[in-house]
Ligand binder design. Structure first.
Ligand SMILES: Cc1cc2nc3c(=O)[nH]c(=O)nc-3n(C[C@H](O)[C@H](O)[C@H](O)COP(=O)(O)OP(=O)(O)OC[C@H]3O[C@@H](n4cnc5c(N)ncnc54)[C@H](O)[C@@H]3O)c2cc1C
Ligand code: FES
Ligand code: FES
Length: 490
């Protein structure tokens, strides 16, 4: 689809591709990377399937130079603004084979395992495997089934021929090695990285103060992080975004900071890294995090974007509410940076509405570290195991002493206009023994506390029932009864 008939950005877009720096002028801020590749550059190896970040047909790999090394990410080019790859290196499926035609190990493995099926999905699968190859095989690690499935979790094959593709992934180490020669790319990217864009139609500040000042100057512009929600407004909602502020290069916000009592996750930290940081304190969060979208979305999308977007079916918020998380909102006022802390359970004011002011940026998500004796359960019910948003999400944090529940925090998603805290249900638990009678009272409370809607994901009745079932699951797990985890079966 041609989307060129609207404001252009004056700063050139520059990225490394096939041994050279590509420079393009007058690329509109909301032009997608896929349109840039297929229509402007005529690089048609990358396919368009859903244009919604769902199917993975459009997957390309980008790399950023960090401390003299490249960090590789598979991204959905259909929902990624082209300008988001400024200063990065890019590979498409046409860039893997050597100039003499020798196939890349990933292509060779796909060929050998009969994983190359249709021309729409295969380029995307190959690119997800290429990113996996660079992250693992090149670092001397073998690919096991779990890491193969995780890396391919954002690629759908409509003919359901996944087995040979997973087999190809697991056989990558057996192919003759072929690493990217990173030195010239890192040198080229270091040159490009010097340019910060704080004016024009696509702003890409690299410091927190520059971001806050840009936000203060342009409160009406579209702030984005990974664009895994905002990208769909362009391709599915056909919205024009005449000015974009991209916060992903803001150095201060790309970190997870560890303190004795809490961790602070910067707004530019991607979901994969954010869930890993949370799981370091609470290992149960790792399988919950793997249920969030698929690998490319987790590599681009951010925790801050999930929270700020405020979808009632967003997955991280029930968990963060149960953990007692706060958000730090920052703005540039009267010539200086100001900030305020807001508990997440008080952040939302209505359907996709929050306390965030037009000049504010959600800078940090602050999560308390576990206190001794904490028990946590986090559950997502969706139609697909991966690459799907939840119908219902429930997170339960309990503290117990002498057989009594001393503290309870419950976050719920998919059951109200906003992510919500189940305060009445918590009240039914606190001070009670954690037995079947208390469970029954809590189930009744949670089913009365929310009035879910019926939609294409689930009926209201189903959602209400699931709330009760998930509480029962929490009771079974926290009291040591045997249960079956889908994640374990996978
Ligand atoms: C295929 C697919 C699967 C998905 N699966 C899931 C899923 O399983 N669970 C789930 O919860 N979500 C899912 N999503 C939705 C999306 O990936 C998440 O909401 C993601 O966390 C959004 O983060 P982002 O950085 O991409 O936000 P963006 O798209 O960049 O921004 C989204 C909104 O948040 C605002 N925003 C972003 N960062 C900030 C900030 N720091 N301060 C203020 N405002 C900000 C933007 O202005 C915009 O309004 C899925 C999306 C896709 C395409
Ligand atoms: S075209 Fe389907 S994810 Fe991009
Ligand atoms: S590979 Fe395209 S449908 Fe299966």
């Amino acid at each position: 689809m041609n989307r060129t008939l609207h404001p252009v950005t004056e700063a050139p877009l520059r990225f490394w591709h096939r041994d050279a720096v590509i420079e393009r002028h007058h690329i509109p801020p909301d032009r997608t990377l896929l349109d840039l590749l297929r229509e402007d550059l005529r690089l048609t190896a990358t396919k368009e399937g859903c244009a919604a970040g769902d199917c993975g047909a459009c997957t390309v790999v980008v790399a950023e130079a960090v401390n003299g090394q490249l960090q590789y990410r598979a991204v959905n080019s259909c929902i990624k603004p082209a300008h988001a790859i400024d200063g990065l290196a890019l590979w498409t499926a046409a860039d893997l084979a050597q100039r003499d035609g020798t196939l890349h190990p990933v292509q060779q493995a796909m060929l050998a395992c009969h994983g190359s099926q249709c021309g729409f999905c295969t380029p995307g699968f190959v690119m997800s495997l290429f990113a996996l190859y660079q992250r693992t095989v090149v670092q001397g690690q073998a690919v096991d089934k779990h890491s193969a499935m995780a890396a391919l979790s954002g690629n759908l094959c409509r003919c359901t021929g996944y087995r040979p593709i997973v087999q190809a992934a697991c056989s990558l180490s057996a192919e003759p090695a072929q690493a990217v020669d990173e030195k010239p790319i890192v040198a080229a990217l270091d040159q490009l990285a010097a340019t910060e864009k704080t004016n024009g139609a696509y702003l890409r500040p690299s410091t927190l103060s520059a971001l806050l000042q840009a936000r203060a100057r342009h409160p009406q512009s579209q702030l984005i992080a990974g664009a895994t929600d905002a990208g769909l407004w362009i391709t599915q909602g056909l919205r024009r975004l005449p000015q974009i502020i991209d916060l992903t290069r803001v150095a201060e916000l790309r970190r997870v900071k560890h303190y004795p009592q809490h961790i602070a996750i910067g707004a530019a930290v991607n979901l994969q890294d954010a869930f890993e940081a949370l799981a370091a304190d609470r290992p149960l969060i790792a399988p919950f995090g793997e249920r969030f979208a698929g690998w490319p979305v987790r590599q681009s999308g951010t925790l801050g974007g999930n929270v700020a977007n405020g979808s009632p079916i967003g997955d991280s918020m029930p968990l963060l509410i149960a953990l007692g998380a706060q958000v730090v909102l920052m703005a540039w006022r009267k010539g200086k940076a100001v900030h305020r802390h807001v508990p997440l359970d008080q952040f939302y004011t209505g359907y996709r509405q929050s306390l965030l002011a037009p000049d504010e940026v959600l800078a940090w998500v602050v999560v308390p570290r576990p206190a001794p004796g904490e028990w946590l359960g986090a559950y997502k019910v969706s139609k697909r195991q991966e690459d799907d948003i939840s119908a219902v999400c429930l997170a339960v944090q309990l503290h117990m002493a002498n057989g009594l529940i001393t503290a309870a925090r419950i976050g719920a998603g998919g059951v109200a206009a906003t992510p919500a805290r189940a305060i009445k249900t918590e009240a039914a638990l606190i001070g009670q023994p954690w037995n079947e009678a208390t469970l029954l009272a809590a189930q009744t409370a949670i089913q009365q506390e929310f009035s879910p809607l019926s939609d294409l994901r689930a009926s209201a009745d189903y959602r209400r029932q699931i709330l009760g079932q998930l509480l029962q699951r929490a009771w079974l797990e926290s009291t040591g009864h045997p249960t079956v985890r889908l994640e374990a079966l996978a």
